[in-house]
Every structure is written in structure tokens, then in C-alpha cells.
Design a protein around this ligand. Structure first.
Ligand SMILES: Nc1nc2c(ncn2[C@@H]2O[C@H](COP(=O)(O)OP(=O)(O)OP(=O)(O)O)[C@@H](O)[C@H]2O)c(=O)[nH]1
Ligand SMILES: [Mg+2]
Length: 162
């Protein structure tokens, strides 16, 4: 099972929707906050992968629903650096769960269409990504994305399918 996590409003639903069908997204598309969980079937080539989004509002309950997921995509909104520390705390909280000791992580820095490169760099610094990649046992990859422009789509699909 692939699980998608991230704070409230970080852009999980819209990103997963854009991975399903990018034609369905433009600047006017809005997403409603996820109450509980959402399942997205995402096609990569001939295969279909099931990705489960756990809403940010149920973050205290994430560990209950994570089981021993093998792959975690963690979505961070880089257009809003005010919530980076909250995103960081939530990420660290799940990375230390014993059940996820062997999970693979993909950190998705999203909403790049409304961010500057410098904001992305600040986000990486604030998340202490370099150090995390060096010191944690889990494999962590990082990519940047936008549900609106489709940036990062191929990277994420490749990660999902490998
Ligand atoms: N500009 C821009 N806006 C985005 C992007 N992704 C999401 N949004 C907007 O951000 C808001 C929150 O997006 P959601 O996808 O609902 O966020 P979520 O992470 O699923 O939130 P919860 O379900 O509450 O945990 C919505 O208004 C989206 O339209 C993006 O890549 N670019
Ligand atoms: Mg959602």
C-alpha cells in the first residue's frame, strides 16, 4: 500500500487527482478538505497503483491507519513557509514509528507554481533534509511538483511504480 500524508491543505488531494488525470485540473479547480481518507487509483503504464490519502485533519490518527505501509509520499506546501515547522514535526513523528522503519519516503514539495525557487530552498533547509537523508535509516527522495502545471508528475509516477 502507498500512503499519502501531509498537513491540512498541503495539496495532497489535488496532486493525486492531477496524477490520475491532469486534464481535470486548471487554475480554477478547488479541492475540499479530506475528512478521513481518500483512495486514488493511479495508472502508470499498464499498471494501476492504489494510493491512500490520509487527511491532514486526522494527523493524530495517522499511525493507526498506516499499518506497515511500504511507501509514504509526504506532501509539503512550499508556498506557505509559515507551516513548515508543523509539517516538519508531523514528518518526524511518523518517521520514527517502528512499523515504518523500512518504508521508503518521497517528500513532495508542492505548489511550485506559486512559489519561488528560493522558497523551495528555504523549505529544504527548514526541514533539515540533508541531515535527515544522512541520518535516517529510511530511504528518502525529494521532488518538487505542482498539481496545476503538472511539474514533477513523471518523477512521482516513476517513484510510485518502482
Ligand atoms: N496553486 C496551487 N494550489 C494548490 C496546489 N495543490 C493544491 N492547491 C490548493 O491548495 C488547497 C488545498 O489543497 P488540497 O489538495 O485539498 O489539500 P490536502 O492536502 O488534500 O488537505 P486535507 O485533505 O485537508 O489534508 C486547495 O485550495 C487547492 O486548490 C498546487 O500545486 N498549486
Ligand atoms: Mg485532501
Amino acid at each position: 500500500m502507498i500512503v499519502c500524508l501531509g498537513p491540512v491543505g498541503s495539496g495532497k488531494s489535488l496532486l493525486l487527482k492531477s496524477l490520475q488525470n491532469s486534464d481535470s485540473i486548471d487554475e480554477t479547480t478547488t479541492a475540499v478538505p479530506t475528512i478521513g481518507t481518500n483512495i486514488f487509483d493511479i495508472r502508470v503504464g499498464d499498471n494501476i497503483f492504489e494510493v491512500r490519502e490520509l487527511g491532514g485533519s486526522m494527523a493524530p490518527l495517522w499511525p493507526v491507519y498506516l499499518g506497515n505501509a511500504k511507501k509514504i509520499t509526504y506532501v509539503v506546501d512550499v508556498s506557505n513557509l509559515c507551516q513548515i515547522s508543523a509539517a516538519c514535526v508531523l514528518l518526524y513523528t511518523i518517521m520514527v514509528l517502528p512499523s515504518l522503519a523500512n518504508a521508503k519516503f518521497l517528500i513532495v514539495l508542492t505548489k511550485m507554481d506559486v512559489s519561488y525557487r528560493q522558497m523551495r530552498n528555504e523549505a529544504l533547509l527548514m526541514l533539515q533534509m540533508k541531515r535527515l537523508q544522512k541520518e535516517s535509516k529510511q530511504q528518502i527522495e525529494i521532488t518538487q511538483a505542482s498539481a496545476i502545471t503538472g511539474e514533477g508528475k513523471n518523477d512521482i509516477l516513476t517513484w510510485i511504480s518502482k
